[in-house]
Design a protein around this ligand. Structure first.
Ligand SMILES: [Zn+2]
Length: 199
């Protein structure tokens, strides 16, 4: 596993290789790579792609483990409206939206800023929304070992909005629940608390 700021130190060989391939793609779609506005695009795109997929070489469990604290708090902790940007693995086009996450501690809490970081690490990979939801859920469940964890993601997919069925306003919602959130009353309490955000 590489260190977290891997994406800020672009590997020169990898960047050159991706850059060359982007130049080929740009040529293949009928553009001129020597045109002023585009001349540096292959390199910019190569760096952007590496940043957007930098989660592949980061360990989200390590992020949580570093910020876990023993604490006797037994109520639901909810982090709403976590901005989320990912790439669909079928078209390499963005999907983006919000994640709402809750857990019920069992002896340990985690620094609140770490939950959005876990979302980022899993989102900065080639993903499908269903697996992203599951990855976040299982990571929190396995690492923090809470009494329960819940994840709801609502996202818009550019591959649906810009191409294909062109459903401009459709939002896909996925959810996963473990432990106490598998009980209907607990799950409903969580859904009610985040419901102002669900359309
Ligand atoms: Zn897609």
């Amino acid at each position: 596993m590489k260190h977290y700021h891997h994406f800020e130190e672009y590997n020169i060989e990898v960047t050159d290789d991706i850059k060359q391939k982007y130049a080929d793609i740009i040529t293949n779609i009928g553009e001129d790579t020597s045109r002023e506005g585009i001349v540096k695009t292959p390199e910019r795109a190569a760096k952007a792609m590496q940043f957007l997929t930098s989660g592949h070489c980061q360990d989200p469990a390590a992020i949580l483990k570093k910020a876990m604290f023993a604490e006797d708090y037994n109520d639901m902790v909810i982090i709403k409206d976590i901005e989320l940007y990912s790439l669909c693995e079928h078209h390499i086009l963005p999907f983006f939206g919000k994640a709402h996450i809750a857990y019920i501690p069992d002896g340990h809490i985690v620094g609140l800023s770490k939950i959005p970081r876990v979302v980022d690490v899993f989102a900065r990979r080639l993903q499908v929304q269903e697996r992203l939801t599951h990855d976040i859920l299982e990571c929190i469940n396995d690492t923090l070992k809470p009494k329960g964890v819940a994840v709801v993601i609502e996202a818009s997919h550019m591959c649906m909005m810009m191409r294909g069925v062109q459903k401009q306003n459709s939002v896909t919602t996925t959810s996963g629940f473990r432990g106490q959130f598998e009980k209907i009353e607990t799950r409903n309490e969580f859904l009610k608390l985040i419901s102002s955000n669900l359309s």
